[in-house]
Design a protein around this ligand. Structure first.
Ligand code: SF4
Length: 401
């Protein structure tokens, strides 16, 4: 079943000046020479999808755009302008479009931010990660916290009133006091939004190898849980609303609408190398390598029969979701939303089934364990994670797979 809601578009920019030791995103260092050809291929993919969408009878208005990476701020303003121009010509964009650009502090100037703001970007997400020099060096980030302060000041001068800062906790040798200092420094910058992530050790990254060989002195899981709990209390005391396991906003209008689309299991298109999408009941992923992506989009054979929406020549995997897949993903994503959770009413409207008939046993078991609870929000009943459930989210989600 494919719900009718405005679409979200994610655009992946897989270039970084340097590959950080903990990162497992689809991104490449030293490939900047491909950026112009990549931008052209991205435009081709946008136009291809726009034409396919136009052949459908239902409304395909776009509600949010998200430039993620990699380092999207490596695109010059003219390159961003050319992507925005393709999007405007291929799709109908909603009047209150949210446009997010992920930015590495230290790679932007006041002039760059002014030009991106003029192009319609209205939300910035800064990869801050830490305010502690030792931790930034360990993560192999090229910026300092001074760069962050400067970049935030310039963002405000350029007219941005929707700013997210990303931070990571649970770092090697990080103490609770280190984490408290980083979070306090971030709060001093008065961001509208904060995303706090626990360090995850990904297989195949240098951090993953070092940890496997016992070379990374990681904090124990109890200390990482203390960091998370302290952050939740400190942010609540400072007026931030937690609305997702790892996300806080000053108030509802500053929640990330693009990410809410994922957590509400609503359709989105993923464009660019390695991007994923889900629309019209089809889940798909694009080819990972930059050169192959460019080649696939720029050398279409003559007389090529267009793929049905949402597929393009860049897609390497796709499958039609079963009703069971959709219902499971609705639970996995929706339970991440710590305030709104999952409403039986929405479940019924979406799937025509009763939530308790489908997942009654799992819900009963997880509420008995104190990981899920029933709550009332504006007279509606919702199922959501308890405070303990937020710490053990993965164990809860697994029960719905
Ligand atoms: S800047 Fe971000 S995307 Fe790029 S390598 Fe570092 S962590 Fe990964």
């Amino acid at each position: 079943m494919s719900p009718s809601a405005p679409l979200a578009i994610y655009l992946h920019i897989p270039f970084c000046a340097h590959r950080c030791a903990y990162c497992d995103f689809n991104t490449y260092a030293g490939q900047e020479a491909f950026i112009p050809a990549y931008v052209n291929a991205l435009r081709d993919e946008i136009l291809y999808l726009g034409q396919a969408a136009a052949r459908l009878s239902d409304d395909q208005t776009i509600g949010t755009l998200f430039f993620g990476g990699g380092t999207p701020s490596l695109l010059s303003p003219p390159q961003l302008a050319s992507v925005m121009e393709a999007l405007r010509s291929a799709f109908s964009l909603a009047p209150h479009l949210e446009v997010t650009l992920e930015v590495n502090p230290g790679t932007v100037s006041l002039e760059y931010l002014q030009r991106t703001r003029a192009l319609g970007v209205n939300r910035l997400s800064y990869g801050v990660q830490s305010a502690r020099p030792r931790e930034l060096r360990l993560l192999e980030r090229s910026h300092t916290f001074f760069d962050v302060i400067q970049a935030v000041k310039w963002a405000r001068q350029a007219g941005f009133d929707n700013l997210n800062l990303d931070l990571i906790y649970g770092l090697p040798e990080q103490t609770l006091a280190d984490w408290q200092i980083s979070l306090q420094c971030a709060l001093d910058l008065r961001p509208e939004h904060l995303s706090l992530y626990a360090l995850t050790l990904e297989h195949g990254t240098p951090f993953g190898h070092w940890a496997a060989r016992g070379l990374l002195p990681l904090p124990d899981p109890d200390l990482a849980a203390d960091m998370y709990e302290w952050a939740g209390e400190y942010l609540a005391a400072n007026g931030y609303l937690q609305y997702e396991i790892s996300n806080w906003a000053k108030a509802d209008p500053w929640m990330c609408r693009h990410n809410l689309q994922y957590w509400r299991a609503l359709p989105y298109l993923g464009l660019g190398a390695g991007a994923h999408g889900y629309a019209h009941g089809v889940r798909y992923s694009n080819v990972l390598r930059i050169e192959t992506y460019i080649e696939r989009l720029t050398s279409l054979p003559a007389g090529h029969t267009p793929y049905p929406f949402p597929l393009t020549p860049a897609v390497v995997n796709h499958h039609r979701q079963s009703l069971q897949d959709d219902m499971s993903e609705f639970m996995l994503n929706g339970l991440r939303l710590t305030r709104e959770g999952v409403a039986p009413e929405t479940f019924r409207a979406r799937f025509g089934r009763d939530l308790r008939d489908i997942f009654g046993r799992e819900i009963e078991e997880l509420t008995r364990l104190g990981l899920l609870e029933w709550a009332e929000i504006q007279t509606s009943e919702v199922l959501r994670l308890t405070a303990r459930g937020r710490l053990l989210g993965n164990q809860v989600f697994l029960r719905f797979v």
